[in-house]
Design a protein around this ligand. Sequence first.
Ligand SMILES: Cc1cc2nc3c(=O)[nH]c(=O)nc-3n(C[C@H](O)[C@H](O)[C@H](O)COP(=O)(O)O)c2cc1C
Length: 393
Amino acid sequence: MQVRRCAAVVVEPRERLAFDLARLLQGGTGLDGVREWVALAAHLDDEFVLDAAEVALLGEVPVEQWTPFDELVARHDRGLIDGLLAKGLLVGDDEAHGDVRRRDDDVRASHWRGIAATTHRHTRWGDVDTLEAERRFGRETDRPFLQRLGPPESLVRERVEAADRIALERPGDTPLEALIRQRVTCRNYDRSRPLSRADLEATLFRAFGARAVSEQPGIAVMKRAVPSAGGLHPTEAYLLVQNVDGVAPGLYHYHPVDHALEPLGAVPADETASLALRLVAGQRHFMDAHVVVVLASRFRRTFWKYRNHAKAWRAVILDAGHLSQAMYLAAAERGLAAFITAAVNERDIEATFGLDPMLEGVVAVCGFGWRGEMVTEVEFDPLCSVWPHGGTG
Ligand SMILES: Cc1cc2nc3c(=O)[nH]c(=O)nc-3n(C[C@H](O)[C@H](O)[C@H](O)COP(=O)(O)O)c2cc1C
C-alpha cells in the first residue's frame, strides 16, 4: 500500500472548558481550559482531536506524491500512522481505504482552495432546530437581548461631518422603485391559497431561467437575470413544491435552459411542511412557503476556471445572493412574497435531494408564495408597503 495526506485539512488550536473537582475544592470555579488540536478535513464530516505527535506526522507526509507504507513505517511510529489512516486524514491507495480516497479525490478534482473547502464542509448543520436553540439561549439568562449583547455597531459609518457631505438627489418613482418597496421578507404564508402554476413558472423563469445559451468553443454559458463570476452560473435551484395548482407536491430540479421541472420524487401533501421545517432548521415561519427553493452550487463549474483560487468560494456564495434577490423581485412583481435564509440544515437537504456537499453544496434556502392575511411572525415593513401596521402585528 502507498499513503499520502488528504488534500485539504486544517488543524485548529481550540480551548474548551472542562470541570475539575480539585480546582473547585481549592476555591476556584472548578473550570479549567483544556487546549487541543482539532483536525477538520474537507472530505470528512467528523472532526478529530489530535495529539502533538499526530499533528507533526500529518505535516510530514507528502500530499501530492504517494509514499510506500513500509517507507513511512521505517521513519515514523506505526501506531500513529495506523491511527491517522483509520481517521481518514492519511489516505491509502488500496481498496480498504477506497471510500475515503474517492471522497478525497473529489476534493482534489474540484480544485477547492483548502481553507474554503474545510470551512464549507464543517459549517454545515444537520438536524438543528433554531427555535429550540433560541429558547435554550433565552433560558440561560433572563437579561434582555440588548443587555446581554450590548449595543450593535452603528447603522452608518460617518466619515465626515454632516455639513461636509455632498447631498444627492433621490430618484423619482419608477416601476422599479415601486417593486423594490414591495420586497419585504415574508414570514407569514397563506396555506389556504394555492399558488397558480403561472406564478410558479414566471417566478422561476425570472429568477433562475436562461434567456440565452451561448456555445463558446468547448464551453456552454447562459445568460441569466443576474451576474455570475466568470459567467459560469454554478448555482442550481432544487424545489420542494408544497402548494401549487397543477404541480404535484414533491421534490424537483429546475432546468434553467429548458425552463422545465425535473421530478425527483413525490412527497405526500401532508408531509411537505414538516420536511420544509427540517430543511430550514425549525424556522416555523418559512415552513408554509408554497415553493421552497434550495440554492446549491456546483463548485467544480466555477473552480474549473478559478482553480485553488482565494476568491472562488466567495464568488459562488455571492451568486446565490444575486439569484435570491432576483427571486424576491420576480415574486413581488406578481404580488407574491419571498424569503431567504442561511440558517438551514445542509446535511438534511443533501440527503433529501441526493447532493454531495463538496460537489454540489447548499448555499442558502429561499422560497416564495402567497402572504397570509395576519401577522403571526414579525416582518420588517416600515414603509407599510404590504402591511398597514408595518408588519409588527
Ligand atoms: C443571507 C441572509 C440570511 C437570512 N437568514 C434569515 C433567517 O435565518 N431567518 C429569517 O427569518 N430571516 C432571514 N433573513 C431575512 C432577513 O432577516 C431580512 O432580510 C431582514 O430582516 C430585513 O428585512 P427585509 O428583507 O424585509 O428588508 C436572511 C437574509 C439574508 C440576506
